[in-house]
Structures are given as structure tokens and as C-alpha cells.
Write a protein that binds this ligand. Sequence first.
Ligand SMILES: C[S@@+](CC[C@H](N)C(=O)[O-])C[C@H]1O[C@@H](n2cnc3c(N)ncnc32)[C@H](O)[C@@H]1O
Length: 278
Amino acid sequence: MSSTEVVGKVDPRNKLNELSNRDWMMQTKSVWFSRPPQRDALKAQHPATFAESDIVRLIEFFTKPNQTVLDPFVGSGSTLVACAQSGRHGVGIELIEQWAQTSQQRVEAEPNPSSVRLEVLQGDARQRLEEIDDESFDFIVTSPPYWSILRKDWDHKVKAERTSKGLQTRYSDQDDDLGNLESYDEFLEELGVVFKQCRRVLRNRRYMCIVVSDFRHGSRFIMYHSDISRLMETVGFTIEGITVLVQDSKNLYPYGLPYAFVSNIHHQYILTFRKREP
Ligand SMILES: C[S@@+](CC[C@H](N)C(=O)[O-])C[C@H]1O[C@@H](n2cnc3c(N)ncnc32)[C@H](O)[C@@H]1O
């Protein structure tokens, strides 16, 4: 079945998507199993990507064909590829020139049967979003930087999966890369600037999904999903639900072994927010 094909009758009251009531219900399960295919060589260059297949599911739930999706941290362009696959227009913002080019190349290589508009804007999301009109998007989906989590060249996983293969471990060394901010509080504050703009450019009562996982920083376990949820509430969204995205095909590493419990995190959270009425 193509991802744009509608199976079953769409309820005439359904203004959100093109799913039958049965398919709608299936997508509301609070646990999803992520089964990403092997990443292509271009995508694999980027150190922290999400799977198009999961994003297609979100786009098809939260929009109708030909509506417009934004990703303010588009990285290797996965959201735009998912837009091409689902027949939705897409705009992606990416700070780092290398990743913006990767996004552009991946968009150009992806079949676009519905001829949707797919645009990569290079620059700092805090500034590029200011150029966009109010209420321009029907849905926003993104995975923001993970503070300084990528600055761990000694980490088992980073060594085995990135440095040993000559792949980059960080997005960049730029100061305006939010992943390079030293203080976690300052990092959250700057992320809040982006989320506030996201609220402005999103149509009223529409949804924004954020895909994140928690992480460890030194001896600190950071409940990133919970900090992001609070942040989103402060900029004018309500949290509508949390979906656990199980990633059980990831490798296991001997963190803490044999001295202390350290979790191998094999899931992400899809946090679903809705734009609150002013
Ligand atoms: C978690 S990655 C997103 C990966 C993406 N979901 C994918 O599948 O490729 C976060 C991205 O945010 C970018 N970034 C960091 N600071 C930024 C800023 N100030 N404005 C825009 N993008 C930024 C990073 O370069 C990185 O590519």
C-alpha cells in the first residue's frame, strides 16, 4: 500500500487526516515499534537521525494530503523525505551548511509522486523562523539537539558506531549550534525561543510532535522529555500524550558494568503537543 493511499471510509467529521476510524485508533496506541531500514550513506553521515517511517506515520495522522509540515531542526532531511513519501509540502530549517546540503541532496534523490514543495532553509532556527508568517503550518515535527550529549568521544557507542568508521560525532563546532551550549539551563532557554516561534507559525489548535530520548550526562540522568514538556507548556502548548517508540534493534553496551546500574536506552518518546488558544 502506498503511504498516501486511503483504506476504509473517512468519517465525514474527521477534519484532521484521511484515516478510517479503525486506522485512527491504531495510531493512538501509546507504544510504537520502530523498524527503520538501513540508513543510506548520506543519512548515515549525520550523528542523530530519526526514521522516515515513524515520521510518515505522524504526518499521516496529523495532516491531510497537500498540507504543510515544518521541521525547525531538519538535520539530514528525514522529515522532508517523509513529506515526499506522504504527499505533504515541507519546510526544514538547518543551521549547519553540511547538513543543509545533505537534506537538499536527499530531497532531490527522493521520488516525489505528488510534486509537493520541499524546501531547505539554511540558518539559525531562532532567526529563520522570524521570517515566516503567522499560522503558516498545519503540523510541526522535530527532534531538537540533545544539549551536549554528542560531545562524548570516549563513549562505548560513539567509539563503536561513529569514530571507528570515520563518521562525525557532533553536528558541528559552531557556537550557534544549540548542541554546543555549556549550560543546560541556557540550552533550554534557547530551545524555548525556537518553540515559541513554532507556536506562532503553527495554525491554531494544530499539533507539534517532538521526538526525544532521555540521556545521561556524567553522573546526571537528564529527563529531557519531561524538561521539554514543561518548556512547551510555558510557551503556549498543552501536552496531549506520550508515545513510547521502542528501538529494540539497537546494540547493547556495557555501561556501568560491573559496578553500577546504567540504562541502555532503547526507546524514544514522541511527545504530542497542541497549540493552546491564546
Ligand atoms: C537531532 S538533530 C535532527 C536530525 C533529524 N531529525 C534527522 O533525522 O536528520 C538536530 C539538528 O539541529 C541542528 N541545529 C543545532 N542548532 C541549530 C540552530 N540554532 N538552528 C537550526 N538548527 C540547529 C543540528 O545541526 C542538527 O542537525
